[in-house]
Design a protein around this ligand. Structure first.
Ligand code: MTE
Length: 365
């Protein structure tokens, strides 16, 4: 068993991959607080967690800028106006297990609905740093490079990725140094990480070493190959990586975290609870829940407000008939977007972005 304590994690944390410590909280603990305690916050690493000495840390800002910068931790922490942003991070591989049940996806972490957590991040707005460096004409993307080393296909390189310049200049994107009021723990990117609210977790690059303003998306493996999506007919054998679409926004999603799969429940009313998050900075307008596999629906009550970069909690009281029942949840956001009913059309050989209606089978006696 992986040592969850080594990274300051709760002993009940679900470890999906012990080698790099990919872990997430069990739903029964995750649902207890709107802001996820740091010891339950999911971790997604592609290589070993680098242990960085704060005194030696330097962050470079370079590329298409008038004045390249080299910033030390003290300067970032104290000499620049800070800001806190509540934002829910989720991995693009969230709910991959349902895609895998439909068709195999070998070689990828078998995530359920656990790589999601909501944190309060404190740091310096990336916008302020970019404006003080002076963005040159022709700039279109901002590339982040991490200090970790990752091996893929016989090569070793750093983790990285990029976001479009307009997102980088929005007020919610941070160079974060604190999570939930404490310095980032090593597993979450100490001393500085990007936090890109609304985007797949992969763009929130940890252990940041450089920020490069460019006229093109990052050529890093995790932007140009991984974290791309392809239609269901494409396989690892037929893929042409350049044809894939780079993932950016998280999709609209709704997840049931109570009851749990295969829970045995008494006939009669049951409280169904979960979370939902909209895509692209939209707001969740409605969550509907069904007690009969999706034939009829009732509106859930949206309980916690949050902001447009955080999840919302919801709950509904359903009346269940005896027997094996499927509880279903689906959301609609402020852009009128709705979730797809089934995983079939969503399936992709990397197993990203599953936002089909969430189904939980229970036994009612
Ligand atoms: N940054 C670096 N440098 N290396 C990584 O492996 N993983 C990314 C992102 N940033 C990663 C990274 C992915 S895929 C996700 S989902 C988030 O970090 C997870 O952030 P967390 O571990 O703090 O929850």
């Amino acid at each position: 068993m992986a040592d969850t304590n080594m990274w300051g994690k709760h002993p009940a944390q679900l470890v999906r991959d012990a080698q790099w410590f990919n872990s997430g909280p069990p739903p029964e603990l995750l649902r207890r607080s709107f802001v996820t305690p740091t010891d339950l916050f999911f971790t997604r690493n592609h290589g070993a967690v680098p242990l960085i000495d704060a005194a030696d840390y330097r962050l470079k800002v370079e590329g298409l800028v008038e004045h390249p910068l080299t910033l030390d931790l003290e300067t970032i922490r104290t000499a620049m106006p800070g800001q806190s942003v509540a934002a829910t991070l989720a991995c693009a591989g969230l709910r991959r297990d349902e895609l895998q049940a439909h068709r195999p996806i070998p070689g990828e972490v078998a995530w359920g609905a656990e790589p999601v957590s909501n944190g309060v991040w404190t740091g310096v707005p990336l916008r302020d740093v970019l404006l003080s460096a002076g963005v040159k004409p022709g700039a279109a993307h901002v590339e982040f490079a991490g200090m970790d080393e990752v091996s893929r296909h016989g090569k070793t390189f750093g983790f990285g990725g990029s976001i479009p310049l307009d997102k980088a200049l929005s007020s919610e994107v941070l160079l974060a140094f604190d999570l939930n009021g404490e310095p980032l723990p090593p597993a979450h990117g100490f001393p500085i990480r990007a936090v890109v609210p609304g985007c797949i977790g992969a763009r929130s690059v940890k252990w940041l070493s450089s920020i490069t303003v460019t006229d093109h998306p990052s050529p890093n493996y995790f932007q140009a190959h991984a974290y791309k999506t392809f239609p269901p007919e494409i396989t690892p054998e037929t893929v042409r990586w350049e044809d894939g679409l780079m993932l950016h926004d998280l999709p609209l999603n709704a997840v049931i975290w109570s009851p749990l799969p295969d829970e045995v429940l008494d006939t009669g009313p049951v409280d169904v609870e979960g979370w939902s998050m909209a895509s692209g900075g939209n707001v969740v307008e409605r969550v509907e829940v069904s007690a009969d596999g999706g034939l009829s629906w009732i509106d859930a009550e949206l309980t916690e407000e949050g902001n447009r970069w955080t999840w919302r909690f919801w709950s509904a009281r359903l009346s269940l008939k005896p027997g094996r029942q499927t509880i279903v949840a689906r959301a609609t956001d402020s852009a009128g977007q709705r979730q797809p009913e089934f995983v079939d059309g969503l399936w992709n050989f990397k197993g990203y972005m599953n936002n089909a209606w969430h189904r939980v089978n229970v036994e009612v006696v």
